[in-house]
Structure formats: C-alpha cells, structure tokens
Design a protein. Structure first.
Length: 464
C-alpha cells in the first residue's frame, strides 16, 4: 500500500505521530478516528553500537542489568524515525540534543541527506524489563504521512482529566482497513500507560505477521480497572472501529500485572464482547490486606472487579494464563485459583506455570507471540445455546442477548439452556425477569419455558 505524500509543514522536527488528535466525520456523519501520522519511508537500521559492542536489533532484547545504556547508529537520509523504547531518554543527532518527548516514535529531519549522521539514544533499562525494549527498529529515508504502524489517537471521553480519551493503535502495514478483521486489546500494567506495550518488538512483529490490529487504551492510571477504567477501555475499542473495520466476534484482550487482572475483569463482565483473553500474572481475587484496599475501598469494591467472583461468565471465553513460579508481587496462586475454578466448571483454560521467572517483562515476551496467534484465530459465539451470567454491578445486565432485570441490590445470576424440548431455566438469583432478545440461545421465540427444581419467582419473556 503506497504512502500518501507529506503535506507542506515545517520539517525541522516533526512532532511524534502528529495529525492523530482529531476525529473526522465519515460519509454517514459518524465520528471517525484519524490514524495518519508522520513516518519515514526508507530502510530499517539493524545494527547498533551499545557500549562499544555491535548488537543486532533482534538481539537488543537479551537479558541486561538495570541501568542506562546508549544506542548509537549511523543515519543517512532526509529524516530518521526514532522508535518508541521503554525508558527512552535524550536523543542526540551529531551531538546536538533533540527536543523529543519521552514516549512514542518521533521523526527528525536531517540537515543533509548525503552524509552519515550519528544518532544516540539514551535508554534506562528497568528492573522489570531487564532488556532494551524497542518496539521497532529506527528507519532512515524520506519523511511521509502514513496510516499504517503506530498511531496515537484521541477521542471524546468523560475521563479525559484522568488520562482517558487517548490510545495507541497499531495497524499492520498493508492491512485492508475496510475488511473486518481481528482486534487485540492490551490493558497496561501498574505504572504503565498507552505506550507500554508499543515497546514490545515481538508483539508488533507478530501482529504484523498475522494481520492483527492492536489497540492499547488508557487504564486511567493505577486504577485496578474499576468501572471508570473499564468503560474507558470499551470506549477505545468502539473508537478504533470508526477507523478500522473490526469483526465484532474477533475482539480479544490481554494484559500483564494490573493489566492481566484488568483483562480478565473486563472480559468476564462483558463475555459476549470478547473471543479470547490472556492474563500474565494478574490477580483474580484481590487481597484487602494490601495496598489495593486504598483503591477498591473494601470487599465490596473488590467484588466488583474480582474475576473469580464472576467465574460463571467465562463459559464461552477461552482463557490463557501465564505466571512465574517465583512471583512475589502477585503470587502464582492468583492464577491457579482461576484455573481451578474454570476447570471445575468445564471451561476452556490453559495455564503456563513458568519456573525460574517472576513478575517481569521477559515473561511477557516469552509468550506474547502465542497470545497474538490465538487472537488472530479466536472467534466468539453469537448465540450459544447455554448462557450463564452473573452481574455484580447494576450496569451489567446482559450477555449473548439474555438480559436480566434485577430484583434487589445484590448479585444477580441467571443460567439458561436451550434443549430439544425448549428453554430450561437452570438458575435465577436476584432476578425478577429474564428477557430473551432475538435469536438468544439460538431460539426462535416460540419455545416452551421450564424451570429447574428450586427456581421460582422469575418471569421469562421473548423480546419482539
């Protein structure tokens, strides 16, 4: 797919991913994200000097002690695109410090295209990443505008004051944005943000190879993905759909640490919106004796986000869990509890218990290609013949076309199954009415309704 020409703008320093801050109106009048951004059409830089050693880009991710390192490379062309790297600091061209932000790719004009320029990039390697984490290699060539690759997009959000209303989107190069495809949502970890996963080379490479669009929304800071942050993630998903065609049955979600817990929380609250969920070392039931009490406020607040408390909702949701056996931040029991509860109910769950690894970025890298591969092929059912749904919040009322009407303020739960002799209500708690939407449970609307022993006081009706 050819890149469009660059419009006439100042080229001394192109702001990172400029042009991505506005919503356009499509032909139908629907707000549409603009994913165009500044880019470089040219060649990738594949070799670097790191402390006097020549290192290939593919080898930057090898294990490294925490501390500052400097990447040096030569750039010959009209412009250089410096990639987003975790902990990126100052950037120098021929010894002159450039005015660049700490996060996101940035395109810098070079004053001469016929000579080699020395580019130096300072990177602070963290104790979590334990490696030089850069999502893409630098690129040298001609400045262009592109709609592929990484973009920072902004959209309307009531949570803008908390960091909402923005997300990072990755559109694979050459992707047909008019053909509905797979979308993988990445919920960021504690102290992370929208750019965190953009530093994961393996994630971007596999998304490119499998033609999977990525969106990395704001979790509104260290929120533990409570209701406001969950709503923000869903807004980001809906916003991306205005720029790139997405198959609603092929939306998956993943995350690490706080993001891992958030991925399962969000997916279990809204199981019909996701095809697959992956969680790296995330809590499934928060411990109120820890720091989380100040955020969640107590057991009631924890109940509203604990994935384990809505386990029934995962009946049709494949889950992939990864946890290091040496994790002292979020003990491995958090994942093993979720696995056990899902297996007990005959649900689809895979659990990688990783010896010798802890709460760390290299563990995310170890399985991230698997996550993308599964997201590329996962497909959610539209009208499963059995629906189990537990609502722990007043706003959560439906899944797969089955809607419940609460009878009180506590939890509400329904479990229904379509069989050859009609629809069976297997359980109904805290519910006074169950409304079946068109084709819910694969039903036509004329099926007989029967109630299992002990189920009473609830009405079932078909919605026109």
């Amino acid at each position: 797919m050819p890149w469009p020409p660059l419009p006439p703008i100042s080229m001394d320093l192109l702001s990172p991913l400029a042009g991505t801050v506005l919503l356009f109106l499509g032909d139908s009048g629907t707000p549409r994200l603009d994913v165009s951004h500044d880019d470089v059409d040219g060649v990738a830089v594949e070799s670097f000097d790191v402390g006097g050693e020549r290192v290939a880009f593919a080898d930057l991710g090898r294990s490294r002690a925490a501390g500052r390192v400097v990447l040096r490379f030569a750039a010959r062309g009209a412009a250089v695109r410096v990639p987003h790297c975790a902990g990126r600091g100052h950037v120098f061209v021929d010894g002159a410090q450039q005015s660049v932000p700490a996060k996101g790719p940035v395109v810098i004009k070079l004053d001469r295209s016929d000579v080699d320029h020395e580019v130096k990039v300072e990177i602070d390697v963290s104790g979590y990443e334990k490696r030089i984490a850069c999502g893409e290699p630098p690129r040298v060539g001609n400045p262009v505008r592109s709609t592929d690759g990484l973009s920072l997009v902004r959209f309307a959000s009531p949570e803008a004051s908390k960091g909402g209303g923005e997300a990072v989107v990755f559109v694979p190069r050459g992707h047909d944005r008019t053909a509905p495809g797979a979308l993988l949502v990445g919920t960021h970890p504690w102290n992370g943000g929208v750019w965190t996963y953009a530093a994961y080379r393996e994630l971007l490479e596999e998304a490119q190879a499998k033609d999977v669009v990525l969106v990395m929304p704001s979790g509104l800071g260290n929120s533990l993905y409570t209701a406001d942050a969950e709503g923000e993630v869903m807004r980001a998903i809906d916003a991306v759909k205005t720029a790139v065609a997405v198959d609603p049955q092929r939306v998956s979600i993943w995350g690490a640490s706080m993001g891992g817990a958030g991925a399962t929380t969000i997916a279990f609250h809204r199981p019909d919106r996701f095809a697959f969920v992956a969680s790296y070392f995330g809590d499934s039931k928060y411990d109120m004796t820890t720091y989380v009490k100040s955020i969640l406020g107590g057991t009631g607040g924890a109940h509203a986000v604990n994935a384990l408390d809505v386990i029934e909702n995962g009946r049709h949701l494949p889950v992939f869990l990864v946890h290091g056996e040496n994790d002292r931040t979020s003990p491995i029991v958090q994942s093993s509890m979720l696995e056990s509860a899902m297996k007990k109910r005959g649900m689809s769950v895979d659990f990688e218990r990783v010896p010798g690894m802890a709460h760390e970025g290299p563990l995310v890298v170890k399985y991230i290609r698997t996550v993308v591969d599964r997201a590329a092929t996962a497909k959610a059912p539209v009208h499963p013949t059995r629906v189990s749904f537990r609502s722990v919040r007043a706003e959560d009322t439906s899944a797969y076309g089955v809607r419940l009407v609460r009878s009180g303020k506590g939890d509400a739960f329904v479990d229904l199954e379509k069989r050859s002799d009609g629809i069976h209500v297997l359980a109904a708690e805290g519910t006074r009415e169950i409304v079946l939407g068109p084709s819910a449970l694969g039903a036509s609307g004329g099926e007989a309704i029967s109630f299992e022993r002990g189920v009473s006081g609830v009405r079932v009706r078909f919605e026109p």
